[in-house]
Unconditional design. Sequence first.
Length: 183
Amino acid sequence: MEQLETNPDRLLLVVEDDDAFAKVLTRSFERREYTVIRASNQDEMQALLQNHHPTHAVVDLKLAGNSSGLSCVQALHEFDPTMLIVVLTGFASINTAVEAIKLGACQYLAKPANTDDIEAAFSHVAGTEPVELSNRATSIKNLEWERIHEVLVETDFNISETARRLGMHRRTLARKLEKRRVK
């Protein structure tokens, strides 16, 4: 395994299966004087942890194959509880955000997130700053979208099965998804 010239305070692990996005993140963080190592799944991540001790990690929630971003977060937190872990996802939901934080992520960001957003998330560790609470209730549309997304994730994004579980016609669900595209 190659030896990296590293700044021990700025070694970033990127766990992302989208090669193009991972390359963009890598270049962007390297310009900010991070040393970046990359993995596309949990097995590759575990192999990298044999030789490297990252201080920061960016983990995609939905990885190709059988890898789960949440299990990566859990493994990283067990490896080093002080590691700053940011979870990125194109499939944001309250349930997955809560679970990511419980498993050790310091922040959870919806894609598209840029390097500025991610770096700001590293410095804003959950629970360390007061958050202003609003009295505004969540809208029915947002609750509906969160439920749709939750079932989509449960069914591995199978539209027909999601529609069946939600008790709606498949075309109705397809129209709703078309109006609010997931990237």
